[in-house]
Design a protein around this ligand. Structure first.
Ligand code: CO
Length: 200
C-alpha cells in the first residue's frame, strides 16, 4: 500500500505539474487515517519534501492559464449519491457563484435494480417542482419519470439502477435567476430524495 502510493505520487509529479497539487493533498489523507502507524507518516514526509524543490517549476504553471482554469473546475461540481435506502447524500448543493457552469454527477451507490430503486436527479425551479414530479409520474417508466420536453426541467440525468452513474451540467446564470430544487422523480422518492441548490 505504502510503496504503491509513493509510486503514484511520483508518477503524477513527474508527468503533470498539476500532479503536485494532487500529491500535496493525497499524503495527508492516508497519514491522518493511519496515524497509528508512524512508518506511514514518515514515508509521506520525504516524498513531500522531494516534491517541494520541483515546485520551483510551478512558475511555469502560473504562466499557463488553462491549468488554473482546470483546478477551478474542481469546485464547480458535486458528487451526488443515491442509495438503496432511498436517500441522497445531501439536502443542499452549494454552487459557487464564480462558476459559469456546474456539474452534478449522480452515482447510485446501492445494488437494487432501476425498476425497484431507480434514482435520477432532476433540476427545476423550486416553484415548479411539484408539477414536474406529477407530470413525471404520468409520463411513467418509459420516460424515466420525466415528462418529455418539459421546459421547466433545467437538466435531468438518466434513471439509474445500482452501480450506475450519470452527470448533468447546469448553466449557473439560470440557477441564479430563481431558487432551484434537485429531486428524484421515481415514484415515492420525491419526498426524501429532494434538496435545495443554493448559489453562493
Ligand atoms: Co430515487
Amino acid at each position: 500500500m505504502k510503496p504503491q502510493h509513493t509510486g503514484v505520487c511520483l508518477a503524477l509529479s513527474m508527468s503533470v505539474i498539476l500532479g503536485l497539487a494532487a500529491c500535496s493533498n493525497e499524503p495527508t489523507q492516508p497519514a491522518a487515517s493511519t496515524a497509528s502507524t508512524p512508518a506511514a507518516t514518515e514515508a509521506s514526509t520525504p516524498t513531500h519534501a522531494a516534491s517541494h524543490p520541483v515546485a520551483a517549476s510551478s512558475t511555469v504553471a502560473e504562466a499557463s492559464v488553462p491549468t488554473a482554469t482546470t483546478s477551478d473546475a474542481g469546485d464547480c461540481q458535486f458528487d451526488l449519491e443515491g442509495n438503496d435506502a432511498m436517500t441522497f447524500n445531501t439536502k443542499t448543493i452549494t454552487v459557487p457563484a464564480s462558476c459559469a457552469q456546474f456539474t452534478i454527477k449522480l452515482s447510485h451507490v446501492g445494488k437494487m435494480p432501476k425498476a425497484a430503486m431507480g434514482h435520477n436527479v432532476v433540476v427545476t425551479a423550486s416553484s415548479d417542482v411539484n408539477k414536474v414530479i406529477a407530470d413525471g409520474l404520468k409520463a411513467g417508466a418509459a420516460q424515466d419519470y420525466v415528462k418529455s420536453g418539459d421546459e421547466r426541467v433545467l437538466a435531468k440525468t438518466k434513471l439509474l439502477g445500482g452501480g450506475e452513474s450519470d452527470s448533468i451540467t447546469l448553466d449557473v446564470s439560470k440557477l441564479k435567476a430563481a431558487p432551484h430544487t434537485f429531486v428524484c422523480t421515481f415514484p415515492g422518492h420525491s419526498g426524501p430524495m429532494r434538496g435545495n441548490i443554493e448559489v453562493k
